[in-house]
Design a protein around this ligand. Sequence first.
Ligand code: NAD
Ligand code: DAU
Length: 332
Amino acid sequence: MSRLLVTGGAGFIGSNFVRYVVENTDHEVTVLDKLTYAGNESSLKGLPEARVRLVRGDIADAALVDELFAKTDAVVHYAAESHNDNSLHDPRPFLDTNIVGTYVLLEAARRHGTRLHHISTDEVYGDLELDDPSRFTESTPYNPSSPYSSTKAGSDLLVRAWVRSFGVRATISNCSNNYGPYQHVEKFIPRQITNVLRGIRPKLYGAGENVRDWIHADDHSSAVLTILDKGELGETYLIGADGEKNNKQVVELILELMGASSGDYDLVTDRAGHDMRYAIDSSKLRTDLGWAPAFPDFAEGLTATIQWYRDNEAWWAPAKDATERFYAARGQ
Ligand code: NAD
Ligand code: DAU
């Protein structure tokens, strides 16, 4: 049994990882989460109190972080400002959390000799053209486009520097777009599902041709646990499940699965600097560590996700109106 500290464990993917750890290991988990607009205590509801405890706090609070690292065997670092559209509106919190927060964790890992796994994104590699047959690999040069992805890229480079300069025992993973339950309604898939549930037409940015490489959040969690157990220190692993789809295809599938006409959506103002395509080659993780996704069928995963939003309106409704006001003010 190990004691894990999970930063951002009340967010979408962090809470999925905490549930996954409780179900598949005997580790004890402390969640460190600031409970920003994106964090939700109820995403951890029902988990055994003897195994999971929540500490409300900021990863940039060095004294709190130091106290928690003293009682921890390993840290999995999910906490971040995570939404591209917000980063175009107000970049500052992205620098404070993604850059300074990660720095504070690295300094604590250095002092305590703690094993750290840093969660990052495929967006650090920039984007690919639609007709480019290549996919991102661990050796693709960094080329981030947005304030969000540039701060994630910065955090990855800090981790690499702390490994090389100070011998911090860290690994990094860069994952593609996640979907599943407990995702904030600001993000593409839950926004469109909850729009249909509210009788609002789904909104596609630009022409809807941008491609994302979708992976179920459970598969992201199993990959992270695999890297924590078997990953080589100092290494980076790309996580993906070969799920490339353009946004139009995703919206049409949501409409079809929800019993609406597949043309019932609006094209709206495009995102500034909108990345065209992400695609992950996860061969290293599969070959070196023996990982494989358990949810390769996107339509099946999406059907279950739609059902979850139907069944859990009390979880998402409080954020829906403010989110739609934010988008409406931008013509989106
Ligand atoms: P999210 O926005 O749903 O959750 C982020 C969590 O971090 C929230 O609970 C929030 O309260 C917490 N947090 C924010 N600032 C904090 C701070 N200063 N101190 C402590 N807690 C803080 O994000 P997510 O989609 O679950 O993403 C989690 C991580 O995974 C991020 O690092 C993101 O870059 C990465 N990632 C996300 C995706 C995706 O598709 N969502 C894909 C690849 C990587
Ligand atoms: O690739 C990994 C990244 O995936 C993570 O690092 C980010 O944290 C996560 O938010 C996600 O970033 P994206 O910008 O790709 O996700 P988002 O859900 O915001 O948008 C997905 C695609 O859908 C993107 O091409 C923009 C488009 N979109 C989004 C919204 C909210 C629409 O067409 N309409 C919408 O209403």
